[in-house]
Design a protein around this ligand. Structure first.
Ligand SMILES: [Cu+2]
Length: 770
C-alpha cells in the first residue's frame, strides 16, 4: 500500500509525537516526577502494567505509524552514505604482566598499572565488611559502600586461585563515551556523553568506540578489572540504560564469581575484578596430566604450553557484555560489549607455524599467535537514532527492538580493504532482537563461496561449504551467536567489491524473523530494503593490492605475497553422544503472568517501575516462572554427570535464541525437523527456538571444574529483561569448596552486598525430585 506524501508525513509526525511522549513518561518516572500510580490514574497504564493504546502512545502501534522497523521516523543519516567510511578494527587491548606477592598471594599489576591495588582471591568487599570505616575500602566517589563490587567472603572468592593465578591484567572502565564520537563522520551529531556507554582503557577513563578486543590464550589466566565510571545519578542516561553493571564473559569457562551474571552488579565509583581463567573444560576428568598436545595454548615463543582438559572443548570466538538483570538490552545496546578471542595450540592465529598441532587457519604470520591481519572480528548490529542524532532505544517494547541503521563494529555500513587471498571472519550478532541471515555476494549479486569453521566459538569437525546451506548463505544467526567463516578473495581482481549481505526480513513487531530474500535480491537493495534498511548489504570488501598490517603497523602486505594459510579438511574430533544420567525439559514461553514482581511490588534485583513480565520459563512441565535472582530453577548436583536437555518454544509466534552460561552443549537433534550441518553434533551456547519449525532442540551437556550460580535465558535481550531468565545452581566446585553447596543470593546495593537464602524449585532439583 502506498500512502500519499501528505498522509505519510502525518504518520511520521504522529510517530514522532508518540515517541516524544513515551520518552517524557520514562524520564518523568526515572527521576520521580511521576509514579506508576499517576500513570494508572491518567489511563496510561492498564492494570497489567502495559502502556495503554492512547493517542499513539502504544509501543505496539508500530505498523500503524511508519513502515520502518523502529515504528518511528527514519534515523537521520545526515549526508552519510553506505560504504563511505573504513571499518574500524576492534580496539586491541594490551595487558600488563601480573606477579605474585609472596607475602600474601595477591596478584600485583605491573607497568602502567603498577599504581593499581593488587587483585586478590577475596574481594575487597571482605576488607570493607571487616572495617566499614576504613577509607581504603570505601567507594571513593560516593563515600559509601565498598570499593569492589564482588561480594565478600569465601563464596565469591576466586575459585582455584593459585591453580589459575592471573599472569596478565587489564584495567578497563565502563564510562560515558568520549567527546567527538560518531557512528559515521557525516552523521548529524556527536553522541552526548550519556547516549553511549562503552569501555575505555585504564582506570576512571571515558568510554571509546570501536569496542575492545582482548586476545587470551590457554594457560595464561587473566584479571580484568572493570571500573564503573558512570554518573551516580540514574537519570543521567539519555532515556535508557542503568548505571550499574556486571560484565558477563559469554561462555568462557570461569567460576561463577567471574561469570558476571550472579546478581553481582556494581555501582559508579567501584570496580570488579573478574578472573578469566582460560580453563579448558574437563581438566579434572580427561587429559588430567596435560599430555595431549592439542590441549594447549601458544607460549608466545613458537611453542606450546600444554594444559589439562579435553582438546575437543577448545573455545575461540567469544564476547563479553553487560548482564545487569532487567537492564541488559539497554546497557548492551548502549555500547557495553567487547570481543575476546581465545587462542589454542590448534587454533593459533598463526598461518605459517607448522608443528603438527597448529591448523594454520587464515590469520597472518607476523606475530607468534593471535594474528589479525587476515582474521577479522565483525560485530554486526542495528541501531536507531533520535531526530537530533542521539542513540535511541524504545524501553517500552517487550517483543523486541529493531534498529534501522546497520552497524559493523559500531560503525555505519563501512568498507574494508582486503587482499586477494583467504580471510577468516568471526561474525557476532551483537543486536538486541534482530536475527540475521548473512551471505557474501559479488558485484553482480552472485554468491561468493565460504567455508563455515566455528559455531559459537567451537570448531566444527569438518569445514562446511556454503553449498550445503540454505540459499548458499549462513543459516539464521540469532542474537549472541558467533559464526566463523573462511572466504577466499583470490579469484577476484584488484578493484572487485564483495559485500556482506543480510537477506533476512524481520517481522515488524520485532518478534522474530519473517521471510528470507534471495541473496541476489537482498544484494540488489544496496540502500536497504525500503521497509527495513538493515536488510541488504551491510559491509563492503574491496580487493586491493596492498594493505598495512594491523598486527605490526608500518609493515605492508601485498597481493603478491604467498597465502600460506590452510583450511584442513578436519579441524577437531567429535564428542560422542552417550546415554545421559538424566534428562531435562525446559519450555520458554508466555505461560502465566510472570512472577518477577513480589507481592510487595519489588523485583530481585530491582526492575524498572514500568516493567511487566510476559515471558516465563517452565521446567519439566511444572509451573511457569519469570526471573527472580533469589529463585533456583534448575540445580545440577554433581560434576561430570552427562545430561540431555530439551528446549522447547512454548509458542505464540515469538522466536527465542536461548543462551546457556558456562558450558556448551553438543546439539543432538531438532526434534523431528531437519537439522543443518552447522548444528548437527556441533557444540553451541545459543540455540534458536523458532516459532514456525525448529521449535525444539535437544543437546548433551555436562558441567565441571567450577560451581556456583549461573543463568540460562533468552538472548533477545528485550525478552531477557522482561524476565525470560532463570537461575541455575551448579554444585560442581572442587571438593571442600563452598561451590559444592547452594550459593546464597547476593543482593547488591550502593552500601554493599547482603545475602538471602534462595528458594529452589523442586522440579529442577534431582536430589529431591524423581
Ligand atoms: Cu526470547
Amino acid at each position: 500500500m502506498f500512502l500519499s506524501n501528505k498522509a505519510s508525513r502525518i504518520r511520521q509526525q504522529e510517530a514522532q509525537h508518540a515517541r516524544d511522549n513515551r520518552a517524557e513518561i520514562v524520564k518523568a518516572l526515572s527521576i520521580g516526577q511521576i509514579t506508576r500510580r499517576d500513570c494508572y490514574k491518567w489511563g496510561l497504564f492498564t492494570t497489567a502494567g502495559f502502556i495503554a493504546w492512547k493517542n499513539g502512545l502504544s509501543p505496539f502501534a508500530r505498523s500503524s505509524f511508519a513502515a520502518v522497523p523502529t515504528g518511528v521516523p527514519r534515523s537521520p543519516l545526515g549526508t552519510a552514505t553506505k560504504f563511505s567510511q573504513p571499518m574500524p578494527r576492534l580496539a586491541l587491548q594490551t595487558p600488563v604482566p601480573m606477579t605474585k606477592d609472596p607475602a600474601n598471594g595477591n596478584a600485583k599489576f605491573t607497568g602502567i598499572y603498577a599504581g593499581e591495588r593488587p587483585a586478590k582471591r577475596l574481594s575487597y568487599h571482605t576488607d570493607f565488611s571487616a572495617d566499614p570505616t576504613n577509607a581504603n575500602f570505601i567507594n571513593p566517589i560516593t563515600g559509601r559502600g565498598p570499593i569492589e563490587g564482588r561480594p565478600p567472603g569465601e563464596v565469591f572468592a576466586h575459585q582455584r586461585w593459585d591453580e589459575f593465578f592471573p599472569e596478565v591484567g587489564y584495567v578497563l572502565t565502563l564510562g560515558q563515551v568520549a567527546d567527538g564520537t560518531k557512528f559515521h563522520p557525516n552523521f548529524p551529531a556527536f553522541q552526548n556523553p550519556n547516549s553511549v556507554w562503552t569501555y575505555g582503557t585504564g582506570p576512571f577513563a571515558r568510554g571509546t568506540l570501536p569496542p575492545p578486543l582482548i586476545k587470551g590464550r590457554y594457560g595464561q589466566p587473566i584479571t580484568t578489572r572493570v571500573y564503573n565510571n558512570l554518573s551516580t545519578n540514574r537519570a543521567d542516561n539519555e532515556g535508557f540504560g542503568r548505571n550499574e553493571t556486571q560484565l558477563h564473559f559469554h561462555n568462557a569457562h570461569n567460576g561463577a564469581e567471574s561469570d558476571g551474571a550472579a546478581n553481582v552488579h556494581h555501582f559508579p565509583g567501584t570496580f570488579y575484578d573478574y578472573r578469566w581463567s582460560t580453563t579448558l573444560a574437563r581438566r579434572d576428568k580427561t587429559n588430567t596430566q596435560a599430555t595431549e598436545r592439542r590441549a594447549s595454548g601458544p607460549n608466545g615463543n613458537g611453542g606450546l604450553e600444554q594444559v589439562a582438559g579435553d582438546y575437543r572443548e577448545i573455545q575461540g570466538t567469544m564476547w563479553a557484555h553487560d548482564h545487569r538483570f532487567f537492564f541488559t538490552a539497554e546497557n548492551v545496546y548502549k555500547g557495553n560489549l567487547m570481543m575476546i578471542n581465545y587462542y589454542s595450540g590448534p587454533d593459533r592465529g598463526n598461518e605459517q607455524l607448522s608443528d603438527g598441532v597448529n591448523l594454520r587457519l587464515p590469520s597472518g604470520k607476523l606475530l607468534d599467535y593471535g594474528n589479525t591481519d587476515f582474521d577479522v572480528n565483525l560485530i554486526v548490529s542495528d541501531a536507531a537514532f533520535r531526530p537530533d542524532g542521539q542513540l535511541f532505544f524504545d524501553v517500552f517494547t517487550t517483543d523486541g527492538f529493531l534498529g534501522d541503521v546497520p552497524l559493523v563494529n559500531m560503525a555505519y555500513a563501512p568498507f574494508m580493504e582486503v587482499l586477494p587471498r583467504k580471510y577468516r571472519f568471526r561474525i557476532l550478532n551483537g543486536s538486541m532482537s534482530r536475527f540475521y541471515q548473512l551471505g557474501f555476494a559479488d558485484q553482480n549479486g552472485n554468491t561468493v563461496p565460504f567455508k563455515f569453521i566455528c559455531n559459537d566459538g567451537n570448531l566444527v569437525v569438518n569445514p562446511i561449504p556454503n553449498t550445503l546451506l540454505p540459499g548458499g548463505t549462513l543459516d539464521h544467526q540469532g542474537i549472541a551467536e558467533r559464526y566463523d567463516v573462511i572466504v577466499d578473495f583470490s579469484p577476484f581482481p584488484i578493484g572487485a567489491k564483495i559485500r556482506l549481505v543480510n537477506r533476512l526480513q524481520m517481522r515488524g513487531d520485532g518478534r522474530g524473523p519473517a521471510d528470507s530474500l534471495t541473496l541476489r535480491d537482498a544484494a540488489a537493495r544496496v540502500n536497504g530494503d525500503p521497509n527495513d534498511p538493515v536488510v541488504g548489504p551491510v559491509l563492503e570488501f574491496r580487493v586491493v593490492s596492498q594493505v598495512e598490517s594491523v598486527d605490526v603497523p608500518g609493515v605492508f602486505l601485498n597481493a603478491t605475497d604467498a597465502d600460506v594459510s590452510q583450511v584442513p579438511a578436519k579441524l577437531t574430533d567429535q564428542i560422542p553422544i552417550v546415554n545421559p544420567v538424566r534428562t531435562r525439559l525446559v519450555e520458554f514461553g508466555r505461560a502465566g503472568n510472570g512472577d518477577s514482581r513480589q507481592p510487595n511490588g519489588q523485583c530481585i534485583p530491582d526492575c524498572p517501575e514500568t516493567a511487566t513480565f510476559p515471558w516465563t520459563i517452565r521446567i519439566n512441565g511444572q509451573e511457569a516462572h519469570s526471573m527472580n535472582a533469589n529463585r533456583i530453577s534448575l540445580l545440577y548436583p554433581k560434576a561430570g554427570e552427562i545430561e540431555h536437555w530439551t528446549y522447547v518454544n512454548g509458542g505464540g509466534g515469538w522466536d527465542h535464541p536461548i543462551h546457556l552460561h558456562f558450558e556448551e552443549g553438543v546439539t543432538i537433534n531438532r526434534g523431528t525437523d531437519t537439522i543443518l550441518p552447522t548444528e548437527r553434533l556441533v557444540r553451541k551456547d545459543v540455540w534458536r527456538l523458532h516459532s514456525f519449525g525448529q521449535r525444539t532442540v535437544t543437546f548433551q551437556i555436562q558441567f565441571g571444574e567450577y560451581g556456583g550460580s549461573y543463568v540460562n535465558h533468552c538472548h533477545n535481550t528485550v525478552h531477557e529483561d522482561f524476565a525470560m531468565l532463570m537461575r541455575i545452581q551448579l554444585l560442581t566446585g572442587v571438593p571442600g569448596s563452598p561451590q559444592t553447596a547452594v550459593t546464597p543470593t547476593p543482593n547488591p546495593s550502593p552500601d554493599g552486598v547482603t545475602f538471602t537464602t534462595p528458594e529452589i524449585l523442586p522440579e529442577g532439583d534431582p536430589r529431591t525430585s524423581a
